[in-house]
Design a protein around this ligand. Structure first.
Ligand SMILES: [Zn+2]
Length: 282
């Protein structure tokens, strides 16, 4: 904005010869020169502050989402006990066991996050709907679960987006959170990370491995592993849809409750970055 070309006639008309008028005219010119830039500056500030407000309202890009301080945001004290948050995250479903897992969670009044695989969804459409209606979070866990395909051949994003579409068709919601098969490190390279960010997807690894893939015959060891390892204010617990995990679930939930944990589901509006590679925007 150029305040000098704003068409204001003050001081720009033909000059008069009379001395008194000459001084008045000079005064007007002086005031005009003084006030116009100030006015212009005020208008400019007003307009740019409006633009900033609009920008805040329309934050879309993942890199603009503020990083949450998980310690302060989620932990609180109640009756002298520090409340902590545990995220139960189940991989590789839906399976023949999913209904039983949902039933067990219901009985113990706990919510969980499920990372589903594309081919399994088609066979268990009703279970996926129940999962959604029960208030669990449904996330993405690829189609192939194959290391070479996902990371060497860079099919991570295309596969996740196809699974996202399947879930949207069933539940009406297109989830953003992905769980990388085998974890994000070293598999998710910088170039894959960029693709993930561009697709507006997010990545969650885990803070506790339940070892349910290792203790195949011992639900007791699975439960013990989880409960012993739970220490931090926020824990993301890796579980698989396996019989030993289903059997361990009541003990896991009871043990964590005893340690002061509440059970939350992943919240897209309150994303906590948690990936082994420490990419801040995933
Ligand atoms: Zn998996």
């Amino acid at each position: 904005m150029d305040s000098y070309n704003s068409g204001n006639p003050i001081g720009l008309g033909p000059r008069h010869r009379k001395p008194k008028r000459k001084y008045v005219a000079k005064l007007f010119i002086f005031l005009a020169l003084l006030l116009l830039p100030i006015g212009g500056y005020v208008i400019y500030q007003y307009l740019s502050s409006n633009q900033q407000q609009t920008a805040v309202k329309s934050v879309q890009s993942l890199s603009e989402v503020p990083v949450a301080n998980l310690d302060k945001a989620r932990v609180e004290k109640w009756n002298g006990i520090t409340k902590k948050v545990a995220y139960l995250t189940f991989e590789d479903g839906p399976t023949a066991l999913t209904s039983d897992i949902l039933q067990s969670l219901k009985e113990q009044n706990a919510k969980a996050t499920f990372f589903l695989m594309g081919p399994n969804i088609n066979q268990q459409a009703n279970v996926v709907r129940t999962m959604s209606n029960d208030g669990h979070y449904i996330g993405l866990h690829s189609e192939t679960h194959d290391y070479d395909t996902l990371y060497e051949k860079k099919q991570y994003v295309p596969e996740m987006l196809r699974v996202q579409k399947q879930i949207k068709q069933l539940t009406g919601h297109a989830p953003l959170l992905t769980r990388p098969p085998y974890g994000s490190s070293p598999s998710i390279t910088k170039s894959i990370a960029k693709e993930i960010e561009r697709a507006n997807l997010r990545v969650w690894d885990w803070s506790i491995d339940s070892m349910d893939w290792y203790y195949k015959d011992s639900a007791k060891e699975v439960a013990k592993t989880v409960i012993d390892r739970a220490e931090d204010p926020v824990e993301i617990i890796l579980l698989h849809e396996q019989p030993q995990t289903l059997r361990a679930l009541p003990a896991i939930i009871a043990g964590l409750k005893k340690k002061g944990y509440q059970f939350s589901i992943y919240d897209e509006d309150f994303h906590i970055p948690y990936n082994f590679s420490k990419y801040p925007n995933l």
